[in-house]
Ligand binder design. Structure first.
Ligand code: NAD
Length: 367
């Protein structure tokens, strides 16, 4: 399918291809929907095998941000960028050049961290443009978003436990975490403090060692054993698509709630979970703590403001469960309905004329 056709079918407003021969920059910026405000979403750096793969990813990810920002109650639209490069080739010039292109968009797109982009890289972008969030705390920014993402997932787990067991208390509940990286490790600490029992897996020795030291009571299992752990909650915090035809039959958990993006391999897996009586907390709602945190940078970031906003994930998750139950639809569909309803409502209030003539009136001559 051609790019414009893809944009049409997925509802994108704009896709920008940028390149700078001087530093080898090749990037695509996807602006999906700006009904709610400027498009915000991180920049992913990845050695895509082809331009086509990069385009498909940026289109998919930018649309995902529209839904995430909408359901989170943010006055932000959805966008995302991908830089086609090997992480080992990252350098200052690449990010500064990219920052200059973002600046040229005049605030229609605001970037942030994502896979393979760090606070240091964000600092280089910040040298060239203000349209970036996740800037270092030393420079007035919000810094690393992972602890806030973890807090949001923790609130999502609390809401799910409330729904499934009638009580918010996590004491004595068993949580199986897949992936104890930046978010999974922070989540494990919060769950441990709340009195939960933790079982985890990972493939990275350094992160496993950090868990052994940080949460010594947690039990390690091999990566392929995590799905069948006897537990209350399965928390995917590694890669996407871990809820699929092979893993669902193994699940003993009553709840799936974690940080990973796109946990359901396909939409239909939401329905399969529903039919099996497993409560699914929509990924893009419960992992929105990071984007909520960076959004606060525009009004002057403070940890307390950020935590207050992230705490709303508890009520929002319960609201989605209520919609799913009332309409008898899978929870992932209910989340989409909630996000789409907000966008539609805000689009409608923007149809009236506000009295500023910024275009020529019919019959008016060019001066
Ligand atoms: P990360 O790379 O720091 O951690 C991921 C961990 O998963 C690593 O320790 C890795 O070794 C492990 N892992 C990878 N493959 C595995 C496998 N097959 N089995 C077990 N473990 C495996 O990433 P992160 O920042 O912690 O993000 C985790 C997930 O949450 C990602 O899907 C990310 O897209 C999503 N997310 C993160 C944020 C954030 O603020 N960092 C925000 C929203 C969503």
């Amino acid at each position: 399918m051609l790019t414009l056709e893809k944009m049409y079918s997925m509802g994108h407003e704009e896709v920008i291809f940028v390149q700078d021969k001087s530093c080898g920059l090749k990037a695509i910026i996807g602006i999906h929907d700006t009904t709610l405000g400027p498009a915000l979403g991180g920049t992913r750096l990845w050695p895509y095998a082809s331009e086509e793969d990069a385009l498909v990813d940026v289109l998919r990810l930018s649309r995902g941000m529209t839904y995430k920002n909408a359901i989170s109650g943010l006055n932000l639209g959805g966008g995302k960028a991908v830089i086609i490069a090997d992480p080992k080739d990252k350098n200052e010039a690449l990010f500064r050049s990219f920052g200059r292109f973002i600046e040229s968009l005049n605030g229609r797109y605001i970037t942030a961290e994502d896979v393979n982009t760090s606070v240091d890289d964000i600092e280089h972008i910040f040298t060239e443009t203000n349209y970036v969030t996740g800037v270092a705390q030393a420079n007035g920014g919000s810094g690393n978003p992972s602890p806030y993402t973890a807090l949001g997932v923790f609130r999502g787990i609390e809401a799910s436990v409330t729904k499934a067991f009638g009580k918010r208390d996590l004491k004595g509940k068993t949580i199986a975490i897949q992936g104890v990286g930046s978010v999974g490790f922070e989540l494990a600490k919060l769950l441990h403090e709340a009195g939960a029992t933790i079982v985890y897996t990972d493939v990275n020795e350094r992160n496993i060692q950090r868990m052994k030291e940080g949460v010594p009571s947690a039990k390690f299992v091999a990566p392929n054993e995590i799905f069948s752990v006897a537990c209350d909650v399965y928390a995917p915090c590694a890669l996407g698509a871990s809820v699929n035809d092979e893993t669902i039959p193994q699940l003993k958990a009553k709840i799936v709630c974690g940080a990973a993006n796109n946990q359901l391999k396909e939409d239909r897996h939401g329905l399969i979970l529903k039919e099996k009586g497993i409560l699914y907390a929509p990924d893009y709602l419960v992992n929105a703590g990071g984007v909520m945190n960076v959004s606060i940078e525009f009004e002057g970031w403070a940890d307390s403001k950020s935590r207050r906003m992230v705490d709303t994930i508890y009520d929002k998750t319960l609201e989605v469960f209520k919609i799913a139950e009332a309409q008898n639809i899978p929870v992932n569909k209910a989340a989409d309905v909630m996000a789409e309803n907000r966008i539609t409502a805000m689009r409608q209030i923007k149809t009236s004329y506000l009295g500023k003539v910024s275009h020529r009136m019919p019959g008016q001559k060019r001066r």
